[in-house]
Ligand binder design. Structure first.
Ligand code: ADP
Length: 371
């Protein structure tokens, strides 16, 4: 059976009436970003952010209506706040202090610390590092989740070898997929990795807030967030609106000396998110045949550069074929070769990250000491 056409979906959505205007959401022009991929349907409903809470039942009703069409296997509707996010991104300094401004602040009451993994640009190994760092943290005894906020190129399903989809729970929340001891959520579960999606900033925020609020993360010590690459408005808004305990910047050695890592640091500073430090990825090349070590980009420079930037150096991960092959085949090296040198490098970085989180952030609350 074929998936419904855009017109059929819009017709179904005409039954949903916005209580504020009394008109249906299609006539009101509130439906945007409609995507039909195989039998999976996604769209956004634009609303005034002040109405977000009141509009949640409307969002669910819209999802239900479309789900009832023939040939539909999943529907994901997000609420998007049309005007607020870009404004906030343009002038983060002027917005209210974090906590007050962030509607996301109470989204994850059971999560101890949300840690962003970010990079100044794409292709530096941010996602690979996020995945291996998350597994390393769980090997250190933490309860860990990982959220793929890289909606432009969600790669976690592939890197973690996940083919199943998250399941809906009876209370209409979503159960994250479990892999390698991690709870995992990714927009990649909803849309195919090779689908070109056009995301406007507010839609990204809507999708992310939904992946936080509606996913049953349970109790976690750390939620690792794989951020989209770059330091544009979308990233800035996200850094501002997600209640982050801190950020880890992934950079290749040559970029640390250049402008990209610096931009990453500045972005988080602007929104008062502490930068926990820099992980240098693809630092040294060890020849698989002769074992000779080659510092392609000049070894050690990164540590010095990080210090110059006032950031902590959290560790270095070598450039190694095994990391690429395992990462691209869904068997991250920390899990597939836990006793090897690469897993050890990721664990050392994970320990450094934990050391930078405050004890409160690490345990999800103040420790009660009985004397
Ligand atoms: P980003 O998230 O920054 O775009 P990815 O994590 O997707 O980057 O990595 C880009 C490519 O580089 C992938 O093919 C990945 O397997 C590879 N890669 C990442 N880190 C390393 C490393 N330390 N050694 C070898 N290959 C790596």
């Amino acid at each position: 059976m074929a998936a419904p056409s855009q017109d059929q979906i819009l017709d179904a959505l005409r039954k949903i009436v916005d209580p504020v205007s009394g008109k249906d959401i299609v006539t009101n022009g509130q439906v945007s970003g409609l995507v039909v991929k195989d039998r999976n349907i996604g769209f956004a409903i634009e609303i005034d952010p002040a109405d977000a809470e009141r509009m949640e039942p409307l969002r669910r009703a819209a999802e239900r209506e479309v789900r009832e069409l023939d040939g539909v296997s999943s529907v994901s509707a997000v609420l998007t706040a049309h005007n607020t996010a870009p404004q906030a991104a343009q002038d983060p300094q002027k917005s209210a202090p974090r906590g007050q401004a962030a509607p996301a602040a109470n989204l994850l009451p059971g999560v101890g610390a949300i840690v962003a993994v970010a990079s100044g640009k794409g292709g530096v190994g941010k996602s690979t590092t996020a995945v291996n760092l998350a597994i390393a943290l769980s090997q250190l005894g933490q309860r860990v989740g990982i959220l793929d906020a890289d909606v432009y190129g969600p790669s976690l399903p592939r890197m973690l070898g996940i083919t199943e989809k998250p399941k809906a729970l009876p209370d209409e929340r979503i159960a994250p997929v479990e892999a390698y001891g991690l709870k995992v959520m990714s927009m990649g579960f909803m849309v195919a990795e090779d689908t070109a999606m056009i995301w406007r900033g507010p839609m990204v925020m809507g999708a992310l807030e939904q992946m936080m609020r509606e996913v049953d993360w349970g109790e976690l010590d750390v939620l690792v967030v794989d951020m989209p690459p770059g330091t544009g408005d979308a990233q800035l808004t996200m850094a501002q609106r997600v209640p982050l305990a801190g950020a880890v910047i992934v950079s290749t050695p040559q970029d640390i000396a250049l402008i990209d890592a610096r931009k990453g640091l500045n972005m988080f500073e602007k929104v008062n998110v502490p930068v926990l430090g820099i992980i240098e990825n693809m630092s040294t090349f060890i020849c698989p045949k002769c074992g000779e070590r080659t510092d392609i980009f000049g070894h050690g420079g990164a540590r010095a550069e990080a210090e110059k930037l006032g950031a902590e150096f959290l560790g270095e991960i070598p450039l190694d074929m095994a990391i690429r092959v395992t990462s691209d085949s869904g068997q991250p090296i920390t899990a597939s070769e836990p006793d090897g040198p690469h897993a050890a490098a990721y664990r050392a970085a994970a320990e450094a990250v934990l050391g930078k989180l405050s004890p409160d952030a690490r345990t999800g609350g103040p420790r009660i000491v009985m004397e």
